[in-house]
Ligand binder design. Structure first.
Ligand code: ZN
Length: 249
């Protein structure tokens, strides 16, 4: 059985990324015979202390990906005026350490992407005006966005909050926080994969999304938060960004 592992919002957190990729390998080994594909939904960099390692690791492991607003910010492709001061400082720090090779890798990421054979649409923020980095959080925003992709499933990141939204053929929308089966007749889905490197739903463990024949499952993986925080302190990154990792907020 084919298996898609969806990772998003890594934000330069290598300990979280490595823990997630190891868990994906474990899950793939438990489901032999299938193909394991990793999809990346943007924000490889920003906030965390290992942007170069994270970009290189994502490039090596992901079948397909898209760019996030922090990736575009470090490339100078989007304004950081709406970023909070700590996020702006982290972008400036990242800009100073990112290699030319990894910058080129980020430049190679499109704004939207598709896995045609699996009926998947990929975007960081929202299918509607992806370059404006809208948040997609509630039913009215979902309603608009279901009109802006044609695939059965749209995968997003950006808010760092995992959820599944299901649209019935009659247009009714239902939200699931703990994952969901994706097999209801005529239904379409928008799924937020959560965040690998900076979860914000109160659970500090790294989060990724597993898509299998059984549906969508959010997987939480513990990682060595102390090591990431130690590296952030050594790099002089803003203390609030360091503290929030252990709270998952
Ligand atoms: Zn993000």
């Amino acid at each position: 059985m084919d298996l898609f592992a969806v990772i998003s919002d890594v934000h330069g957190n290598l300990e979280a990324l490595d823990a997630v990729l190891a868990d994906i390998d474990l899950k793939a080994a438990q489901a032999p015979g299938g193909k394991r594909s990793v999809l990346f939904l943007g924000d490889a960099v920003g906030y965390g202390p290992n942007p170069n390692e994270c970009v290189a690791t994502i490039k090596k492991n992901a079948l397909q990906g898209v760019a996030g607003n922090h990736d575009w910010a470090v490339l100078g492709l989007t304004s950081t005026s709406y970023f909070n001061p700590h996020a702006q400082e982290a972008i400036r720090w990242t800009d100073g350490v990112l290699s030319a090779e990894n910058r080129a890798a980020l430049e190679g990421l499109p704004l939207v992407n598709r896995v045609e054979e699996a009926g998947l649409f990929l975007v960081h923020g929202s299918p509607y005006e992806p370059e404006k980095w809208h948040y997609l959080l509630d039913f009215s925003q979902a309603k608009v966005n279901f009109e802006h992709f044609r695939e059965r499933v749209c995968l997003i990141g950006h808010s760092h909050l995992p959820f599944v939204m299901e649209r019935s053929p009659l247009g009714e929308i239902t939200a699931y926080k703990e994952g969901a089966e994706l097999d209801r007749a005529g239904c379409r889905y928008i799924i937020n994969a959560g965040s690998v490197g900076q979860p914000r739903d109160g659970d500090p463990r790294a989060c990724y999304l597993l898509l299998t024949g059984a549906g969508a499952e959010f997987v939480r993986v513990p990682y060595d938060i102390g090591t990431t925080q130690h590296k952030m302190r050594a790099a002089g990154l803003p203390p609030p960004l360091i503290e929030r990792l252990q709270k998952g907020l």
